[in-house]
Write a new protein. Structure first.
Length: 267
């Protein structure tokens, strides 16, 4: 991620070690910085080595310059390796999740808009608590180009005849953070993490500072109730809750025209 170091970090050949926050700090050509977590770097090094059947790195490399250098080297080797033709799944992705996503990707490649459509639920993989993500959670599975072909979620759109179509690009899927999957067309759950916690909500009155809404949705399963969203009516709030809990498998799809207009520059 792009970032500015919060603590002074000495850079050597464009690389610094932030030991307090366990981050590599990398200077970029534009004059800014990007950061890469020690643990993420080491996990990817192990994953790359495993995929290419190379010796596993020693745990003593974690958080060292040598580990970062090895990561860059392995990424370069991966680009020309036979295994790079497969989809890149982040370290920690459950095997069943990868299998479901690969099947959905094959279905989309074969049948396009008639293929498998999924609803993805993201959450904390340590507690299996749902993050209640609303956007970029429903769509078809494709994958990117390049040396690391990451899975992408392609948004379903409606054409002028209200038939399902799609955009030409999608968002990267955080495959290691998926805690639940629903097959949208069949309205059937196909994956749930072992200790998945279904989020709970209740309705309340919107505060006076939110003039355009009457109803507040509060989440009640993680300590003190916390406002998650505001709505004009209780029916709208109930539909949102049903979507967050997976009883409603998707929200209303945007039109292709709306998607295009969103990308057009404003004067």
């Amino acid at each position: 991620m792009n970032a500015t170091p919060t603590n002074p970090v000495q850079l050597v050949d464009g690389l610094g070690l932030n030991l307090e926050q366990r981050l590599y700090v990398i200077a970029n050509a534009a004059g800014g910085f990007s950061c890469f977590g020690f643990d993420n770097c080491f996990a990817e090094v192990k994953h790359l080595a495993c995929l290419m059947k190379l010796p596993e790195p020693d745990a003593s490399m974690l958080g060292t310059r040598e580990c970062y250098a090895l990561h860059r080297s392995l990424v370069g080797q991966y680009a020309s390796h036979q295994v790079s033709k497969k989809t890149w799944y982040r370290p920690g992705t459950p095997a069943k999740v990868a299998k479901i996503l690969e099947a959905a990707r094959a279905s989309y490649e074969d049948f396009r808009e008639q293929g498998t459509m999924l609803r993805l639920f993201y959450g904390c993989t340590e507690t299996d608590r749902d993050y209640c993500e609303r956007f970029s959670t429903v769509g078809f599975v494709s994958r990117s180009m390049g040396p690391m072909r990451v899975p992408l979620l392609i948004e379903p759109l409606l054409d002028d005849e209200r038939n399902i179509t799609t955009g030409s690009f999608g968002d990267a899927i955080n495959t290691a953070g998926i805690v639940r999957i629903v097959d949208v067309r069949r309205a059937q759950e196909v994956y749930r993490a072992n200790n998945y916690v279904l989020p709970q909500f209740r309705l309340g009155e919107a505060s006076g500072s939110v003039k355009s809404a009457r109803v507040a949705v509060l989440r009640t399963d993680q300590g003190e109730p916390d406002v998650q969203a505001y709505f004009d009516t209780e029916e709208q709030a109930a539909q949102w809750i049903a979507f967050m809990q997976g009883f409603r498998v998707h929200q209303e799809f945007r039109t292709a025209r709306e998607a295009r207009e969103e990308l057009e520059p404003t004067n």
